[in-house]
Design a protein around this ligand. Sequence first.
Ligand code: GLN
Length: 278
Amino acid sequence: MHNFTIANAIAYGQGKLLSCSDSAKLDAQILLAFVLDKAHSYLLSWPEHVLTPPVEQAYLALLQRRIQGEPIAYITGVQEFWSLPFFVSPATLIPRPDTEVLVELVLEHFSDVKQLTCLDLGTGTGAIALALASEQADWQIDAIDFNIDAVALAKQNAKNLQLGHVNIYQSNWFSAVEAHKYDVIVSNPPYIDALDEHLSQGDVRFEPNSALIAPEQGLGDIKHIAQQALGFLKPQGALYFEHGFEQAKAVRDILTNLGFESPQTQKDFNGHDRITWA
Ligand code: GLN
């Protein structure tokens, strides 16, 4: 036992995590607040508070998991997206800030459309669909995922966020989607090549391959969705993809070749080409 105060525990955790995390201090604070079941501000208000032995033990155990590389969001079970709390599990990708750009674009492009039908393919935690629903209460939003555990998790998130009107169900891309014409189809599909070295570093090592890896240099699922989407979009409908930052031209070419009009790409917060729509 160290008989840590809150301040000591954070400094200790930061030191332990420096070699494995870019945000060692913040990670230590998040884990300690999680163990204490307190808000972040509590840590700053009570730096001299001494941890009880069970709290200290639990904290050290979580530090150990983080040292092994496990993502913070899988340890705490939650991740913020669009300023909303999302439950996450190893069945799904952890929502990324970059994906908020897709949400922003759809809201911006359709801000004056009150009645809109939208489909989110491969919804995972439900992040995109539920963020859109939180902003546009009258939009009719459907969300599908192939993974039944992801469907259950997205439903749990919908309930927790009081967005139970979003229709979430299991489907292999469009296989169970009814012959319905959508104004907007969105997807953050798997788009990483199986041999990409990005897969051997950081959080992705713990995330499901089924949510990350796609055939044909990562473009296979995007191609499949784009082809099929033609039968599910209204004539003036729009399709939005998140993709890898080196895939923008390939995605625009896929869309153009299928007859989609004027594909455009938007950069993410890091200045990388990330979202393409047509
Ligand atoms: N952007 C994520 C990453 O690079 C991957 C997301 C995805 O494959 N859909 O880690």
